[in-house]
Design a protein around this ligand. Structure first.
Ligand SMILES: Nc1ncnc2c1ncn2[C@@H]1O[C@H](COP(=O)(O)OP(=O)(O)OP(=O)(O)O)[C@@H](O)[C@H]1O
Ligand SMILES: [Mg+2]
Length: 375
């Protein structure tokens, strides 16, 4: 039987969660539950430190799916991970670990697997670290001619003047974060003064460079990609329904929408899947998504955010090679939602990612997976 190591980071205290029904409940970022406060204080770096780690519910669901494909060895990506991996030597590691420290944190588990010569699922350390740096991601996209909003990187306030070459309104965000850490309505800058105030705030609060980019005013989509090479495909596109946000809210899927307004007792109807768009826009979005996936070196799976510019052309906003995969359909997790729209169960999604990883590295999977593929 195939021995599958499962690498993850468990969110602190998440085993105490009871009956979570929304991201706000699952991720324990404090919000005050008042849906009418776009001026909510942005998160501090400590409030949302573990926002990207997984809950016990997700970890159990993934382990159950992997359990149908082999013997699962739980490998929490803590300090003991390297030693445990070395002792266990699984045939393959299924990796969802977001990592512990530093800007290369998502690359640590894959790098350790590479060090020991153990196959693993998903993107390599270079792709993971590149995608966690929104500026490096956009440089790579631009170099390869994949459409993305014009931008500049501000490392200290003396760099802000470089933004003079960009057209307002602008949007500012911390360069290394995910899960909308540090992305609130205040990041939308209409004026030079807005930009200076918000950039100074982000530099100070997040202690990292700030990316300033042209604001994309059009519709937004997120695209789940599964597979490699010519087998890579975009699952049904998820469209964002900004009309579900409180009146007057900026049409973005930022911190307020993810963690304050989307309450378990009052969930936002944020997503349409498949998105209600015509064939030519669907094709254009799929094309830019697969181009981004390819040029960034993504493997097995990724979720790519796309937004339309003023001309209606799809632009890549960012690439997530470790997609969120909350198992409960009530949780509004986009990758599993897209998989469901494609007729795949949660287990099939996880097993499909595992199969792409195994095929690419010539790892033989157990009997069950052979049958699943033939079916
Ligand atoms: N240039 C832009 N123009 C318009 N809106 C933007 C732009 N960049 C980001 N946004 C808005 O902010 C949201 C969050 O930005 P982004 O996806 O880069 O952050 P993230 O925190 O990494 O997200 P995720 O939770 O998907 O990891 C986007 O979904 C989009 O609604
Ligand atoms: Mg995003």
């Amino acid at each position: 039987m195939t021995r599958i190591g499962f690498a993850y980071n468990l969110k602190p205290e998440s085993s105490e969660l009871s009956g979570p029904t929304g991201p706000a409940a699952q991720n324990q970022i404090p919000g005050d539950g008042d849906a009418s406060r776009p001026e909510e204080d942005p998160p501090s770096t400590t409030d949302d430190e573990f926002a990207e780690w997984d809950s016990i519910e997700t970890i159990e669901a993934v382990a159950a799916a992997l359990g149908e494909a082999g013997e699962v060895i739980l490998l929490e990506a803590n300090e003991d991970f390297p030693e445990r991996l070395r002792n266990e030597r699984p045939d393959i590691v299924f990796n969802i670990a977001e990592g512990r420290h530093g800007v290369n944190r998502e690359g640590h588990v894959p790098a350790i697997c590479e060090f020991y010569g153990i196959p693993y699922s998903g993107s390599d350390p270079l792709a993971l670290s590149t995608c966690l740096d929104k500026a490096r991601t956009k440089e790579t996209l631009e170099y390869h001619g994949v459409k993305t909003a014009a931008f500049t990187v501000v490392r200290s306030m003396s760099d802000v003047s470089a933004a003079r070459s960009l057209s307002f309104p602008l949007f500012a965000k911390p360069v290394h974060e995910g899960s909308s850490k540090g992305i609130t309505e205040r990041n939308f800058c209409r004026t030079w003064n807005d930009l200076q105030v918000q950039t100074a705030f982000l530099l100070e609060t997040y202690s990292q460079p700030v990316i300033v980019e042209e604001y994309l005013p059009g519709a937004e989509f997120t695209c789940a990609v599964l597979g490699n090479g010519s087998e890579a495909r975009v699952l049904p596109i998820v469209g964002m329904n900004f009309e579900s946000l409180p009146d007057g809210a900026l049409p973005i899927y930022g911190f307020e929408a993810k963690w304050i307004w989307d309450r378990p007792e009052r969930p936002l109807q944020m997503f349409d899947c498949p998105a209600q768009i015509d064939d030519s826009l669907t094709k254009a979005i799929e094309l830019v998504t697969l181009d981004a996936y390819r040029v960034l070196g993504c493997r097995d799976w990724s979720r790519i955010d796309v937004r339309l510019d003023a001309a209606g052309t799809p632009n890549v906003v960012e690439v997530n090679p470790l997609p969120g995969i909350l198992p409960n359909p009530a949780d509004n997790s986009c990758f599993p939602k897209a998989a469901r729209a494609a007729g795949m169960s949660y287990n099939e999604l996880i097993q499909s990612c595992l199969r792409f990883a195994a095929d690419r590295q010539n790892v033989a999977l157990s009997e069950f997976m052979g049958r699943a593929r033939a079916a």
